[in-house]
Design a protein around this ligand. Structure first.
Ligand code: GLY
Ligand code: MN
Ligand code: MN
Length: 366
């Protein structure tokens, strides 16, 4: 990965915004810009220099992971704030951007108190903006995370027995994810059967899956750095007419939305395509979340595929973005269906990175 190139792009963005520097505190932003994968370490980047501030627990790791960066190791006995104060004063900047969504009010106040001559400016989403467009190597790693998740799901699916519980399946998924090379789950798997599938983010319980006809599974792999996020809704036994219709509506909403993804189309338009299908079926109010989100170092990152929010400009899709497409309809007392896949925006349209079956017929467990 070209970390120096990413830092150059950030510097160009800072110049455009008339910012003399940025204190990068968000752990994933630090990783994105440096390759460093430890914790509690900050990147200070300004017009004339860059340094990574860490502590003795991570100094060797930092030397290995980002040998081209100047390292400042906080001495034992001094606080991060003291070390930061010194580093920022020696950078001689008059003003400095702070990642406002990442630091606490307490941290901001204390740093301002220490650096009375430096104007601290609240910024949001600067590095996150760069992270939205994935480089080929990043796409490759997301593909790997998708592959691991799919292999794990197939292994769990192949040994699925009706007497197993939601919790059994969640535990099996986590075990198989590691078996297929993942570091672990990208988030605790959601396994919800029957009426509980109407809770979009239910926690798996020791309940046998036969207690209902629907079995919603939402899981993902952390391949080491990059994440995947998929959902399949299986059907246990016989299908009723209502259930069949529910599934087909969500399936069609997803197919249409994926068909609408290409560069230049806004993320809000893609959400609207899926929402229209579900609204026309009479379930618009039961689709209570966004259609999807960007995915990469974090499970949830930009762009958001959702309805336009007040004071928010439309976000245009661009080649290199990787997003989930996950329409869902949740009927209290009955159950919910969600289908989620990972999609890469290409120069001419899009490519589905996930490939598990999802037609109604294929979802039925006999
Ligand atoms: N697993 C959370 C989501 O689908 O966004
Ligand atoms: Mn998910
Ligand atoms: Mn998702």
């Amino acid at each position: 990965m070209d970390y120096a190139g990413r830092r150059d792009r950030l510097c160009r963005l800072l110049r455009r915004l008339n910012l003399q520097g940025l204190l990068v505190t968000d752990r994933l932003n630090v990783t994105y810009l440096t390759g460093f994968t430890g914790e509690d370490s900050y990147l200070l980047i300004w017009t004339e220099g860059q340094l990574l501030l860490t502590d003795a627990r991570f100094s060797q790791q930092a030397q290995e992971e980002c040998p081209e960066l100047e390292l400042v190791v906080r001495p034992v006995g001094s606080t991060m704030l003291e070390a930061l104060g010194r580093a920022i004063r020696s950078a001689r900047v008059g003003q400095l951007g702070i990642e406002a969504e990442n630091v606490s009010v307490e941290f901001f106040d204390r740093l301002s108190f220490r650096l009375r001559r430096v104007e601290l400016l609240k910024t949001t989403g600067l590095v996150e903006q760069l992270r939205q467009i994935k480089e080929p190597e990043e796409v490759q790693r997301i593909r790997q995370a998708v592959w691991q998740a799919e292999r794990a799901f197939r292994a769990m699916w192949a040994t699925l027995r009706w007497e197993k519980t939601e919790l059994d399946l969640a535990n099996e998924l986590e075990m198989y994810l590691r078996q297929f090379g993942a570091r672990g789950s990208s988030f605790p798997p959601i396994v919800a059967c029957g009426e509980r599938s109407a809770w979009p983010h239910a926690r798996p319980m020791p309940i046998p899956i036969t207690t209902g006809r629907l079995l919603l599974v939402d899981w993902g792999a952390n391949e080491g750095l990059y994440q995947s996020d998929l959902t399949r809704t299986l059907i246990v036994g016989r299908i009723s007419a209502k259930l069949g219709r529910l599934y087909q509506v969500v399936y069609q909403a997803q197919q249409r939305a994926i068909g609408a993804i290409r560069p230049g189309v806004s993320a809000q338009q893609v959400d609207a395509v899926a929402r229209r299908v579900i609204t026309q079926a009479g379930w618009g109010k039961r689709f209570g979340h966004s259609l999807g989100h960007g995915i990469g170092l974090a499970v949830h990152e930009g762009p958001r595929l959702g309805p336009l929010r007040r004071n928010q400009p439309e976000a245009l899709l661009r080649p290199g973005m990787v997003v989930t497409v996950e329409p869902g309809v949740y009927l209290p007392g009955f159950g919910g269906v969600r289908i989620e896949d990972v999609v890469l925006v290409t120069r001419t349209g899009c490519e589905l990175l996930s490939s598990l079956p999802k037609s109604l017929e294929e979802m039925i467990l006999q």
